[in-house]
Ligand binder design. Structure first.
Ligand code: ZN
Length: 288
């Protein structure tokens, strides 16, 4: 290997390291968004929240893997010395349940839809069954479940099948915060993984019906948002559905729908429509 090759190898290595650094998740970090209520960002996986106070700790969503869950628990331990009482899952996907076991092992009652438990127990996406300590120990179905803890009223509300068939919102009534999981995003189009596009609209309407002008909304990923952002998300859903429905009504094929760029006005904000358009097309064709 001559010097030129060595330099080339070194620069490739540097590039690889830079890429790796860019891909590594941000550190787990808790920011207080209301008294005793923290938004926990970073690590692998989705946004998580933490409610602490004299009655104990409650966590919503457990991040992607044991390492990220342990990092979140370390943050919790730095804030608070009392018992960990509850973990709530907004839905079954690994970036929201992958850290469940660590919370179960710490004694948390894990609350989720019965369907969430069934999927985890069977193994998700062809994977192995989740460990016993990761399984929900308290389940609910079509009715909301309410917890009274630390002076807060926490209502877990099942949403229509939208992102998944087991998606819920978590309402912190006094803090006036709604945690919406993956039925709300400011950076990607709806991901329909079992639910429907219409379910996204219905879910947003349900969230808006619980809200006022001061309510804040936590998406699955990204920053906490105000009601204008959630309304903007709804406006996008309605506009995209309208554009695609008009093409479907005149008999366009999926290829013609894609070629017509019906999401062009929103692509800069929400990225690729590659997965959205076939799903929405099928759904609207089915509704005809
Ligand atoms: Zn998800």
């Amino acid at each position: 290997m001559n010097i030129k090759h060595l330099l080339l190898a070194a620069s490739t290595l540097l590039q690889a390291q830079t890429l790796y650094a860019a891909a590594a998740p941000a550190p787990v970090e808790a920011n207080e968004i209301a008294p005793g209520l923290f938004l926990v960002t970073g690590g692998g996986g989705a946004n998580s929240t933490l409610l602490i106070g004299p009655d104990g700790a409650l966590v919503v969503d457990s991040k992607l893997d044991p390492e990220s869950a342990q990092a979140e628990l370390a943050v919790l331990d730095g804030l608070y010395k009392g018992p960990l009482r509850y973990l709530i899952n907004t839905h079954v996907h690994p970036d929201h349940t992958g850290g469940n076991e660590a919370y179960g092992q710490r004694g948390a009652v894990i609350i989720a839809r019965a369907e969430t438990r069934a999927i985890l127990a069977a193994g998700q996406r062809g994977g192995p069954p989740a460990p016993a300590a990761a399984l929900p120990t308290m389940t609910f179905d079509s009715n909301p479940l309410t917890l009274y803890i630390n002076g807060e009223t926490v209502v877990i509300r099942p949403l229509p099948a939208a992102h998944t068939t087991d998606n819920n919102l978590v309402q912190f009534v006094n803090a006036n915060v709604l945690q919406l999981g993956d039925v709300f995003s400011t950076s990607r189009y709806p991901v329909i993984a079992g639910g429907t596009f219409q379910g996204f609209i219905d879910s947003v309407d349900q969230a808006l019906a619980l809200a006022n002008e001061q309510t804040r909304f936590i998406p699955g990923n990204g920053n906490i948002e105000n009601i204008a952002a959630l309304r903007g998300w709804r406006d996008m859903l309605i506009a995209v559905r309208g554009s695609v429905a008009a093409l479907v009504a005149k008999g366009s094929s999926l290829e013609e729908v894609v070629a017509a760029k019906p999401t062009a006005a929103y692509d800069a904000s929400f990225g690729s429509n590659e997965r959205l358009l076939p799903a929405l097309y099928q759904e609207l064709r089915g509704a005809q």
